[in-house]
Design a protein. Structure first.
Length: 392
């Protein structure tokens, strides 16, 4: 598909945080565009002088824009979208609403996010369901053929991360969706790292549920996230938590749950963040997700190539398709020490380790990696300076 290339100079002019900072931590929390930050701060300033309820009532259309923008982003209906305070809680609201019992199987990937693995094990302990990990293929991503071979009538959920938190691979989400549809198995996709850096079309992927965050590649505020639930699943799921936004109290003995995805929301939320996330999504759509992905891929591959020239550096990214997350190790210097060395000179990266990547890293013999995650507003000059500092 043809697209207009990203105007990087304009993107940087519209991002006040670019000045004097090399931000290679977009997979942690990106830099908000000025329009998003101004929307967030302006809303909260109005709350200061007008009141929170009054501001929300006056600007109701901005809150509703979140649903319209999200529907355009994911190619779904606005009634299939819920605003949730973060991606993990959005994922939890879908996962804990599914009916899992003794012997039911959950199939997931080795690179699955640590919080999701904890939730699987938590429900296994409580319900007797079973967690099975699908092997990787030769490229280090989920092996779709192995997934197909593991299907039996006990499999009640396929649940994977689109992009792992500790690596640059993109799992074959559409191929997994084809397997799930063929066997009639619910499919939950953690798209925390993919939404905002590439097109994510829930109809093409074939997932029944999808969770995402605002703060990463969408460049929205922290404390914001979204949940997609396919329409024919909404009324089949009993949310693990309800309040009088998600349901209506009819009498002292009866209540009625609403019939759209907002049954997974809370009445109280980050209203300013919700409105500003809608603005962030509109901003991303203005650039075009195909154009964003092309720019991100170009910059990430350049970074991998330059890092590979440094003696003692090992690129740790796997997968046939790779994204804007670049992970590497350096002989003789720990990832946390590299992060600490770069921070005082205005270069932001993170060290990915611990439970967030425990299963995948454990199987690969990794303790920790440097995670440098780029976005369309990063430049080749920033890459060159970064590589110079890493080599030092």
């Amino acid at each position: 598909m043809t697209h207009t290339p990203i105007d990087v100079d304009r993107a940087r002019l519209e991002t006040r945080g670019c000045g004097g900072l090399i931000h290679f931590n977009h997979a942690g929390s990106s830099l908000m565009p000025a329009a998003v930050a101004d929307h967030l701060i302006g809303w909260q300033r109005e709350e200061e002088f007008r009141g929170g309820y009054e501001t929300a009532n006056r600007r109701r259309h901005e809150l509703e824009n979140f649903y319209d923008a999200s529907a355009r982003l994911l190619n779904c209906h606005r009634d299939e979208i819920a605003f949730v305070e973060n991606a993990t809680r959005a994922w939890d609201m879908a996962f804990y609403a599914l009916d899992l019992g003794p012997g039911d199987r959950i199939l997931t990937a080795a690179c699955e996010y640590g919080s999701n693995m904890i939730a699987y094990l938590h429900r296994a302990k409580r319900t007797g369901c079973v967690v099975d990990i699908v092997p990787d293929d030769a490229h280090g991503q989920l092996d779709v053929a192995a997934l197909e071979a593991m299907i039996d009538d006990r499999v009640k959920l396929i649940s994977i991360s689109h992009i792992p938190t500790g690596g640059g691979l993109v799992n074959p989400a559409e191929a997994v969706g084809a397997v799930a549809r063929r066997h009639g198995i619910p499919y939950l996709l953690d798209a925390c790292q993919s939404v905002g850096q590439m097109p994510v079309d829930v109809k093409a992927i074939g997932c029944d549920f999808l969770s995402a965050t605002g703060r990463k590649y969408l460049r929205g505020p922290r404390g914001t996230g979204l949940l997609y639930v396919r329409r024919d699943w909404i009324t089949r799921l009993d949310p693990p938590l309800l309040d009088q936004h998600a349901a209506t109290l009819l009498s002292e003995t009866e209540y009625e749950i609403r019939d759209d995805a907002r049954r997974f929301e809370n009445w109280e939320c980050h209203f300013a963040g919700k409105a500003a996330l809608g603005t962030a999504i509109d901003y991303a759509l203005g650039w075009g997700l195909e154009a964003i992905e092309a720019r991100v891929t170009e910059i990430a591959e350049r970074l991998r190539a330059r890092l590979s020239e440094i003696p003692g550096i090992t690129i740790q990214d796997q997968g046939q398709r790779r994204c804007g997350i670049v992970t590497f190790t350096k002989d003789g210097e720990a990832a946390a020490d590299i992060k600490a060395r770069l921070a005082p000179i205005g270069i932001n990266v993170t060290a990915s380790a611990g439970s967030g990547s425990r299963v995948g890293f454990g199987r690969r013999g990794l303790e920790s990696v440097v995670r440098a995650s780029v976005h369309y507003l990063n430049t080749t000059d920033e890459i060159d300076r970064f590589v110079t500092e890493i080599a030092a």
